[in-house]
Every structure is written in C-alpha cells, then in structure tokens.
Design a protein around this ligand. Structure first.
Ligand code: ADP
Ligand code: MG
Length: 280
C-alpha cells in the first residue's frame, strides 16, 4: 500500500467547472504509475485535479480502463505497491493528506470516507452473518459494545431500507439479492457517518430496475446526511440521473467537467460527444 507523495507538479488547475469554493475534497495533479514489464513505468492517471463540494454528488465518468478506480484508490491510500502515487495536493476538508503514512492516512480518513464497490457479495465474508460484519466495523472504529453495535446495525439497515432488519442481520451474504447486498455494503459504509462516500460502479453489477433503486437511495442518503458522494461509473445514464456535476475521464486525464446539465448540453470534448451520442 502506497501513501500519496507530494510533488510540485505542473500545478495545473482543474477545469473551471470542477472548482468548488469550500470543497470537502480537493485534488490537484494526481498522477499514478505502475511498472510495465520490460518498459519502465506506465502512467495510468495523469494530472487529475478536481474538487468535491460539500454535499454534492460528483460523477466521475469514463470508459473502462480510463483510470477512474485507480484515481479513487489513490485518494483512499489503497494503490498497491509498486504503484507510485504523487500529487501536489490532496485535502480532505482542508487537511493535507499527501505525505502521510498509511497509518496516519487511516487515522485522518478514519470514518470520514466510506467506500462502496461494484460487487457487494464478493466484498462480504461468506462465513459470517452480515449483521456481524457491519457490527465488527462499529466495534473496531467506533468502540461500541456488542449490544450497542447490534442496535446500531439494525438502525443502519433501517436507514438503507432493508426490510425486517432484526431478522436480516442474522442472514449470511448468499441469502441476499444483489440489490439488498449492495444496501448492506452502503450500510457498512455509513457506519462511521462519513462525510464523503466513494461509490465505485455501485450499480454496475445490478439489474436495471434495482440500479434505479440504489441510486434513489444514494440521493436520499445525501439529502438526509449532507454527505458528499464521488460516484464513479462508466455509465453516463447513471450520472445523468443523480450527479450535480460530472468529471469526464479519458485515458487517465480529466478532459472536461462541470454541472451535469452543462456538460450534457454542450460537451466540450469530442470524447464526451461520442459518449453522449451512444446514450439510448
Ligand atoms: P477504470 O476504473 O476507469 O475502468 P482503472 O482505474 O481500473 O480503470 O485502470 C486504469 C488503468 O490502470 C488500466 O489500464 C489498468 O490496467 C491499470 N491498472 C489498474 N490497476 C493496476 C495495477 N495494480 N497494476 C498495473 N496496472 C493497473
Ligand atoms: Mg473501475
């Protein structure tokens, strides 16, 4: 695991549409490279700069392989060695995260950032009940007792609208549908009341009708908690429905960004035009 190293870089500002006045997350010049067998290193994320405003849903959209997940993992300090991460700034609510060791990063990030991935069932341990797995997060990070954790898990399951939460906490991951399992993952991500939720393709593995329900849930939770959401997807339809602003990523770079409506109405980059043209 690799902390973000400070690098003066080009200091390139983000596209004007991706600047926020008092951002929750501020990223400048994020660059990530991996060694390539026999050919030095390959840069997969290059000079990414963006702000996530407080309470906003920022959609990070781009085709598969464009560098969206690596960008997200870098922000979380999760890029595996020998990946190299550099940035001139990564700040969470004004706190600089570059240069921190993984342990320090873990502490600062603490409960401030929650994460949801594409495959909910694969993210859960098949050998434990879902209730125990969410409770474990609460016991570890919030220092709750067994009874307190259990009560809070039921509350979290209610918050994400899992029916019969008292019963469902005793079920194992395989007993959940994809949509319900993703609700469990969202409940787990909410356990420490994060200010930022990073959702990496949270609906990609789900049936279309269920996708809409999970997106509605994210909108509802944002309204309820005021948290910000970095919503990563290859699916422009997903950002069209829920993102306040959108950043378009292509070949490791942000090629344009701004309020979703503006980008959809007047795409500035040929890649975005192509993406929009392929929308049903
Ligand atoms: P996206 O999420 O947009 O589909 P990724 O961020 O996962 O794309 O990947 C961007 C590029 O980085 C891809 O070319 C991928 O092969 C490469 N990549 C991702 N993780 C690693 C890794 N651990 N080692 C080497 N290359 C990687
Ligand atoms: Mg990805």
């Amino acid at each position: 695991v690799n902390p973000v190293h400070h690098e003066s870089g080009s200091g390139q500002p983000p596209p004007p549409g991706l600047v926020a006045a008092d951002p929750l997350l501020r990223v400048r010049d994020l660059t990530v490279s991996f060694p390539q067998p026999g050919a030095g290193r390959v840069t997969v994320v290059q000079g990414v700069s963006l702000d996530v405003a407080k309470g906003e849903i920022l959609g990070l959209v781009g085709e598969s392989g464009s560098g969206k997940s690596v960008t997200a993992m870098s922000l979380l300090g999760l890029v595996p060695d020998p990946g190299r991460v550099a940035a001139s700034a990564v700040e969470l609510d004004g706190r600089e995260l570059t240069g921190l060791s993984f342990e320090e990063l873990r502490k600062v990030r603490g409960g401030a950032i929650g994460v949801v991935f594409q495959e909910p069932i694969a993210s859960l341990n098949p050998a434990y009940t879902v209730g125990d797995q969410v409770a474990e997060v609460l016991r570890e990070h919030e220092g709750l007792s067994r009874a307190q954790a259990r009560a809070r898990v039921v509350e979290l399951f209610e918050q994400v609208h899992i029916p019969e939460p008292d019963k469902r906490i005793r079920d194992y991951p395989h007993q959940f549908s994809g949509g319900m399992a993703q609700r469990v993952m969202i409940a787990m991500a909410l356990a420490c009341r994060p200010r930022l939720l990073v959702a990496d393709e949270p609906t990609t593995a789900l049936d279309v009708t269920v996708q809409g329900q999970v997106l509605d849930l994210l909108l509802e939770l944002r309204a309820e908690t005021g948290m910000s959401i970095l919503l990563i997807t290859h699916d422009l339809g997903v950002v069209a429905d829920v993102a306040d602003r959108v950043a378009v990523m292509y070949a490791g770079q942000i090629v344009e960004g701004g309020p979703t409506e503006d980008v959809f109405r007047r795409p500035a980059h040929p890649y975005t035009e192509g993406l929009l043209a392929s929308l049903p």
